[in-house]
Structure formats: structure tokens, C-alpha cells
Design a protein around this ligand. Structure first.
Ligand SMILES: NC(=O)c1ccc[n+]([C@@H]2O[C@H](COP(=O)([O-])OP(=O)(O)OC[C@H]3O[C@@H](n4cnc5c(N)ncnc54)[C@H](O)[C@@H]3O)[C@@H](O)[C@H]2O)c1
Length: 267
């Protein structure tokens, strides 16, 4: 029998950075990792919201430094390597890296026919290249120490294209660049898992379905009807999957896509 299984889910003493840690999903990931004992870096461009997340986590865990704000901007591709270096110089060696930021341009939601090449390039750079270069920079450092874990936030759109009928009668759509980026993130996850497997660095992708965030009817009714669990996700339901993939509980899991989607991609 292996050692105590509960220990395998613990992240005690592990330093983990969560990009976009101040956001809807990221704030729950930070809280979940801290509850499991991790020292969390809320790596975000939004200091005010990140500091509020840190304060909430200090209160819930009773550990004043369980979560700390680390200003981090993943959009400056050329600066990412130095920024990850700086995080490690300031806070110490990272065990875990969660790519979860969600930068996008002002006209991100434009119809496919109206997307300009410049917008396409800017969004793809932020949504895909930013994730790839952050993962790359973190994995290289972890490999030098003989271990670590990276989780990339994908989407159901890493696995399937949007079903546009769910948006009818609303202002909502799903930009093509999002599907292109999320599909790319899953394949890059597999590439990096293969490249760094022998170095003890695991790289996985969590693929959430739609998260409830006051979306309008009739979208929610249609979305729920085509989802086996008949509802959207609560933002707190994504975090435990991320924690599992960072912890030793998933020590033989790498290059995987873990759908957290109420069964949407199963049917
Ligand atoms: N919300 C959903 O329904 C849903 C579904 C599937 C996947 N996802 C994915 O989950 C992740 C988080 O989404 P969310 O809904 O929580 O987004 P959100 O907008 O609530 O949060 C995103 C966070 O990223 C931060 N951010 C923006 N630009 C940044 C940059 N350049 N560098 C660092 N941080 C930056 C923002 O300040 C914010 O705190 C994204 O990868 C998204 O694609 C979301």
C-alpha cells in the first residue's frame, strides 16, 4: 500500500503561482490551493482585486502570507522569461504554475467577419503565446530542480467548437481566436509534457465548461439543456481539478486534458 493518501492531496509548503489569480476562476483556484497548504502567488495585473483575494485567503486560512500579490503581466512576450526569474528571486522556487490569465483586446467579441488581422494577432498572442511562453519559462526552471507541475487553463473549446445556436437572441458570441488559442493550448500542453517528462515536470490542461456569471436568457436555458448536468459550473468547481493536477495525487498524470464541464463534451 502507498503512504497515506491524504498527504498526496496536500500542497503544504509548495509555492504555486496563479496568473489571473484575481479573476472569477483564478480567485477560487488561489483559495483552494491555499486551503491545501500551498503558498500562493496571485500573479495578476489588477493589484486591487488581487490584494482583496489575498486578504480573503489570509482570513479563511489563518495564515497571513498564504497568498501574496505578485504583479505579473503575461502580455509582454519578450519580458516573460525575466518576469518569471524575478518572481523566483523575490518569492523563491516555484513548485506549481497555473496559466489562467484572460487578457483580451477591446473588440475581442467582434463577429468573425469583422475581425481585423491586427486584432487577431493581438488576441492570439495574449491568449496562446503568452500561456506557452509562461509555461516554457516555468518548466525550464522546474526541470533544473528535478520537478514541478504546470496547469494550463483550457476550455471545452480545447476539445470542441462552439455550438452557435446557444447564443441566438443574445449579444453573446464566442470569438474564433478563443477556440484557436484554447485548441493550441491543449496541444502545447502535450508537447511540453513530452519534452519535460524525463525531468519530472508534469504539464496538464483543465478544460472548464461555461461558468455561471449572470449570463442572459435564453443563453443559459439553451446551454443547460445541452449539458448532461443541466447547469453551468459554479466558479468554485474548477479549482479542485487544478489542485489535483498540481498535487502528488496526480503523480502519474501528464499531458492530459481534464474536462470539468458537466458532461458537455461527453455527448
Ligand atoms: N469564465 C468561463 O466561463 C470560462 C470557461 C472556460 C475557461 N475559462 C478560462 O478560465 C481562465 C480564467 O477566466 P475567468 O473567466 O476567470 O476570467 P476573468 O476575466 O474573471 O479573470 C481573468 C484575470 O486575468 C487577469 N489578467 C488580464 N490580463 C492579464 C495579463 N496580461 N497578465 C496577467 N493577468 C491578467 C485579470 O486582471 C483577471 O484577474 C481563462 O483562461 C478562460 O479562458 C473561463
Amino acid at each position: 500500500m502507498p503512504e497515506n493518501y491524504a498527504v498526496k492531496f496536500s500542497l503544504a509548503g509548495r509555492l504555486c503561482a496563479v496568473t489571473g489569480g484575481a479573476g472569477l476562476i483564478g480567485s477560487r483556484i488561489c483559495a483552494c490551493l491555499a486551503d491545501l497548504g500551498a503558498d500562493v502567488l496571485v500573479a495578476d495585473v489588477d493589484r486591487e482585486r488581487a490584494e482583496a483575494v489575498c486578504a480573503d485567503i489570509a482570513a479563511r486560512t489563518g495564515r497571513a502570507d498564504a497568498a501574496r500579490f505578485a504583479r505579473f503581466d503575461q502580455t509582454g512576450l519578450a519580458a516573460i522569461g525575466a518576469a518569471v526569474d524575478e518572481l523566483e528571486r523575490t518569492f523563491g522556487p516555484l513548485w506549481g504554475w497555473v496559466n489562467n490569465a484572460y487578457p483580451r483586446t477591446g473588440d475581442y467579441g467582434a463577429r468573425l467577419e469583422d475581425v481585423t488581422p491586427a486584432d487577431w494577432e493581438a488576441n492570439l498572442s495574449m491568449l496562446l503565446s503568452g500561456y506557452c511562453l509562461c509555461a516554457n519559462a516555468a518548466a525550464r526552471r522546474m526541470a533544473g530542480r528535478g520537478g514541478g507541475a504546470i496547469v494550463n487553463m483550457g476550455s471545452i473549446q480545447s476539445l470542441v467548437a462552439p455550438e452557435f445556436s446557444v447564443y441566438e437572441g443574445t449579444e453573446m458570441t464566442s470569438p474564433a481566436v478563443y477556440t484557436a488559442a484554447k485548441g493550441g493550448i491543449l496541444m502545447y500542453t502535450k508537447y511540453l509534457a513530452s519534452y519535460y517528462g524525463a525531468s519530472g515536470v508534469r504539464v496538464n490542461c483543465v478544460c472548464p465548461g461555461g461558468v455561471a456569471n449572470n449570463q442572459p436568457e435564453p443563453f443559459t436555458g439553451r446551454y443547460n439543456a445541452r449539458t448532461p448536468l443541466r447547469r453551468m459550473a459554479d466558479p468554485a468547481e474548477i479549482a479542485p481539478a487544478v489542485a489535483f493536477l498540481l498535487a502528488d495525487a496526480s503523480s502519474y498524470v501528464t499531458g492530459a486534458a481534464l474536462a470539468v464541464d458537466g458532461g458537455l463534451t461527453a455527448v
